[in-house]
Design a protein around this ligand. Sequence first.
Ligand code: AHM
Ligand code: MG
Length: 331
Amino acid sequence: MAALGTNALLGLPVGTTLDRHLLQRQNAFKGATGGLSQLLRDIALAGKIVNREVNRAGLIDITGAAGSGNIQGEQQQKLDVVANIRFIRALRNGGEVCAITSEEDDEMVQTGNTSGKYVVAIDPLDGSSNIDVNVSIGTIFSIYRRVSPVGTLPTTADFLQGGRQQIAAGYILYGSSTILVYTTGQGVNAFTYDNSLGEFILSQTQINTPDDGGIFSCNEGYFNDYPPHIKTYIETCKSRRLMGRYIGSLVADFHRNLIKGGIYLYPPTSAAPKGKLRLLYECFPIALIVEQAGGMATNGEEAILDIVPRELHQRSVFYAGSPRMIKSVMP
Ligand code: AHM
Ligand code: MG
């Protein structure tokens, strides 16, 4: 259970609703127009709808493959498609976002709101392989202020600004409970969804990840493909009797390690020599969260957030977690 406490920065106690938290944060910024708060509310709304779909997935006809593929050549699941529609619709209706890059859409989606100041990169439902078997899945999102002039059509340059330009990022974990974790660059707060109230409620304030951890998370099925220094590191974890934990859902694996202390690794493999995870809507948002919580994220050569992408669906090698563990995988 999360420790009860108050939010040191904002004086907001555990139990505060997400709406009130956003309002207080907005009021703390002179000149804030409320656009970002509205955008985050739109994401939370879509998250509630997706949470409902996930919870009754076995009862309605939305499990299994959709019969289509995404740009990564991966088969889309029905829930992937449903979640994508829900988030795009909520962001389009909210009016603050001019364009969306989604894992499920080859091209950037224009919302038609050319007066919107923001763009969103999103993986609407991450961990597709777990959808049909009742294992935790998640939504990951990243928000930028557009660089193209407001009032004009958005361009891909709005998304290719680099990880440090994110103004907010977060994820929703549909797990044993549903939790929304986000940062606007002033620490990381977590909100647990109360189904009976239909509200996300502040449950963990100013999360700090442990400096060192006892968990390593990677797909050991690819061990023979891993670079020698990663193989050595994993052998070291085993000789130290660390816990191996791997769900195969980035959000769930990362969230556990964020709270308990640990390292998530997705090294290069023969199937994915540049890594599997996508920079814009998987690596960047998780990297911003982990840095805000005192952790680190790297591709093994540089901080993930320092990378300036060239393509919307660019992939990266990804290591994230407790800082002492991440330093061990740097060559
Ligand atoms: P997805 O976006 O197609 O669901 O793929 C991303 C997922 C991550 O959630 C997870 O960490 C990783 O892929 C698991 O990959 P693998 O099955 O190769 O271990
Ligand atoms: Mg994904």
